[in-house]
Design a protein around this ligand. Structure first.
Ligand code: NDP
Length: 448
């Protein structure tokens, strides 16, 4: 049996009931097959793949807190410090009821390669909790965040592990987490990113993932003699990534006709009104029904079981920006049938493996999340740099660096794909380019 297959079987056996983690590992290992098989004995002797798929440290903890009725609640807390070969662990915290160990491990594993692709010195990590921030009062959110950090603080630090936000963790939560860290540790350091601008945050961090996604999609379009001008774009999600992807795509001349949340989706043939969407989601924290109620041209569709909505809309470009496995084989078939040419992932692993393969085999140019959504973590790394030098850069300065990084990632993944005989396969390009840097650093640092 080949070394790649052996290691995949080992991952499944050693990590039972973690399908998302298996999926992420499978996708990466399949892409790496050509690299590993060229040098199989050396990789096997060094157990490089076994080390790569095993987190350096897994921290699981209890998070007790008191709700507004005086009832004590208990949630699970996680921090997976996956790989620190090229820098301190870096990756977001996700607060969502679906969070479990397998989901955090899949996200942490993806993060290793994503962070490597940015070209910046950051290792891979991820964390979170099954806490559901929806419907909680501000005081309850604060109580939860303080309890979460009361355990997490001992495992993180500006040079050790620097968490950020993710689903359910935005500016408000980062603020409460940071305040508690500072109080316990009595140091003012850049231990979290995504901070507010008054206490060490970076301009353009809020916009970075969505903008970065559109910048790399623009590179892909240009490379194929195309542009955003006049294109119809379908976006899923209505959170941080989706909102700023919609804003930037429209700025570049596209018409974005959809967005979605966990209960329904919007089709707005006139183009999404970003200011209204921001008001509904960022200010009121309300459902998309409110968007539809305030805008004549918008249709609201309730999400039905087994039907994902936005992927059936005719479009040129699709940007999945909600959550993992939101785009399956049927959705991929609908996109191809409707003439969609470009799919770039804003979310982490939003497409199933079958969907990805179908799109790639049927003429869609496809960039996977670990390359196309890397603008968020790259700008987080820029926030770390600003914190270290105790300076803040202007919006334009950060945005220009972000654009340069996304252009660099596109070049890097295209060239890696070409070099290994897989021209146009940006998934293989991303996995190979991300892996080679980490593997080189791991080999240089010995058996640790
Ligand atoms: P947010 O919490 O801001 O938004 C998530 C959005 O997706 C919300 O609109 C949410 O709806 C929707 N959503 C969640 N689950 C589902 C579902 N099952 N079906 C349909 N819609 C759903 O998160 P972000 O925008 O920050 O993150 C989105 C994705 O991007 C995630 O995969 C995240 O890991 C990834 N990502 C984020 C980065 C960042 O910088 N923020 C960086 C890199 C990747 P509702 O409001 O109803 O919950």
């Amino acid at each position: 049996m080949s070394y790649v297959d052996e290691v995949y079987d080992l991952v499944v056996a050693k990590n039972p009931a973690q399908p998302e983690f298996h999926q992420a590992v499978k996708e990466v290992l399949e892409s790496l097959r050509v690299v590993i098989e060229a040098n199989e004995e050396e990789y096997r002797k060094q157990a490089l793949l076994e080390r790569l798929v095993t987190p350096e440290r897994q921290i699981l903890f209890r998070v007790p807190w008191v709700d507004d009725k005086g009832q004590v609640q208990v949630n699970n807390g996680f921090r997976i410090q996956f790989n620190s070969a090229i820098g301190p662990y870096k990756g977001g915290l996700r607060f969502h009821p679906s969070v479990n160990l397998g989901i955090i491990k899949f996200l942490g594993f993806e993060q290793i390669f994503k962070n490597s692709l940015t070209g910046l010195p950051i290792g891979g990590g991820k964390g979170g909790s099954d806490f559901d921030p929806k419907g909680k009062s501000d005081r309850e959110i604060m109580a939860f965040c303080q309890s979460f950090m009361t355990e997490l603080f001992r495992h993180i630090g500006a040079d050790t592990d620097v968490p950020a936000g993710d689903i359910g963790v935005g500016g408000r939560e980062i603020g409460y987490l940071y305040g508690q860290y500072k109080r316990i540790r009595d140091v003012y350091e850049g231990v979290l990113t995504g901070k507010g601008l008054t206490y060490g945050g970076s301009l353009a961090r809020t916009e970075a993932t969505g903008y970065g996604l559109v910048y790399i999609t623009n590179e892909l379009l240009k490379d194929h003699g195309d542009s955003f001008e006049g294109k119809t774009v379908v976006v899923s999600g209505a959170g941080n990534v989706a909102i700023y992807a919609i804003q930037k795509a429209q700025k570049l001349g596209a018409k974005v006709v959809s967005c979605s949340d966990s209960t329904g989706w919007i089709y707005d043939p006139e183009g999404i009104d970003v200011d209204l969407l921001k008001e509904v989601k960022e200010v009121k924290r309300a459902r998309l029904t409110e968007y539809a109620a305030a805008r004549k041209s918008a249709e609201y569709h309730e999400k039905k079981n087994g039907e994902h909505g936005v992927w059936n809309i005719k479009c040129d470009v699709a940007l999945p920006c909600a959550t993992q496995n939101e785009l399956d084989l049927d959705d991929a078939k609908a996109l191809v049938a409707n003439g969609c040419k470009y799919v770039c992932e804003g979310a982490n692993m939003p497409s199933t493996i079958e969907a990805t393969q179908y799109m790639q085999q049927n003429g869609i140019f496809f960039i996977c999340g670990k390359a196309s959504n890397a603008g968020g973590v790259a700008t987080s790394a820029l926030e770390m740099s600003q914190n270290s030098e105790r300076l803040s850069w202007s919006f334009d300065e950060v945005d220009a660096k972000l654009q340069g990084i996304m252009q660099g990632i596109y070049k890097n993944i295209s060239e890696a794909a070409k070099k290994y005989g897989k021209e146009g396969d940006y998934v293989a390009g991303a996995n190979i380019a991300g892996f080679l840097k980490v593997a080189e650093a791991m080999k240089a640092q010995g058996i640790v």
